[in-house]
Ligand binder design. Structure first.
Ligand SMILES: O=C(O)COP(=O)(O)O
Ligand SMILES: [Mg+2]
Length: 249
């Protein structure tokens, strides 16, 4: 009896198939706002290669892959501050930062997408969300100059009604502005949107925007455990996320 009750509650909360939601399902929404790096694409191989190229050109020793992966999340300038100092909280001198940014832009533009892969479940998940009638926006901290070329190369550009990059607003995630701007552009209330991301930047931005937020566990979270995030649920992949989101509300 207790066992049946527990199963029924878990089903109602969507806690099946590795899904762990803190809200009743289905989740009704008008729009889904998707993060890019670490959520739709595994871009770490190219980002780390470009970051380490900066260090090599400046005569610095390269950093381990996992160290640099933890530096991804708050945009390119933050990645460069961290890469140049070898410190998550580090700040590089303005002149050094400018040199580093120039090298990074040159190298990353050249290799952007080469070793980047689309995560399993992403295309099927985006197809399912569109088929349901939801509007889709991409909200990334990645600079604009790298975002559209990457989306184009991975055949992901056409999914989105709106694309908000690290250059679109005065602030980047974890500030709520990029998510709120995406909602405004879509003509959807923040309470009718669901954000999906891989990091504390997405979680904090969504909370500050009064928006529901789901996290995928496979991306980059600045070295922190995804399970500690203040989110409404962890979804194993985008297809499983799509299966609990319905148009409405
Ligand atoms: O560019 C970054 O640092 C992270 O980009 P994201 O917001 O798509 O994860
Ligand atoms: Mg991300």
């Amino acid at each position: 009896m207790l066992h049946h009750l527990k199963n029924a509650i878990q089903r109602a909360l969507g806690q099946t198939q590795g899904l762990s939601l803190r809200l009743p399902t289905p989740l009704y929404a008008q729009a889904v706002l998707l993060d890019l790096d670490g959520t739709l694409v595994d871009s770490a191989p190219d980002l780390v290669a470009a970051a380490n190229s900066v260090r090599i050109e400046l005569g610095l020793p390269t950093l381990p892959f996992d160290t640099v992966v933890n530096y991804v999340g708050k945009g390119a300038e933050s990645l460069l501050h961290r890469t140049l100092t070898g410190d998550l909280a580090g700040r590089a001198e303005p002149a050094l930062l400018a040199r580093g940014m120039a090298i990074f832009a040159r190298v990353y533009s050249e290799i952007n997408g080469d070793q980047t892969t689309v995560y399993p479940g992403v295309r099927a998940g985006l197809d399912a969300l569109l088929a349901e009638g939801l509007k889709l926006a991409l909200v990334t901290n990645k600079p604009a100059q790298f975002t559209e070329p990457l989306l184009l190369k991975k055949s992901l550009l056409n999914y989105f009604d709106v694309i908000v990059t690290g250059n679109s607003c005065a602030h980047k995630k974890p500030h709520p502005e990029p998510l709120l701007f995406a909602c405004q552009e879509l003509g959807v209330a923040p309470t009718a949107a669901i954000a999906i991301g891989d990091s504390l930047n997405d979680a904090q931005a969504a909370r500050a925007a009064n928006m529901r937020v789901l996290a995928v566990p496979y991306g980059y979270n600045e070295g922190q455990d995804t399970r500690q995030l203040d989110v409404d649920g962890i979804v194993p992949n985008l297809l499983q996320a799509a299966q609990v989101i319905r148009l409405g509300g």
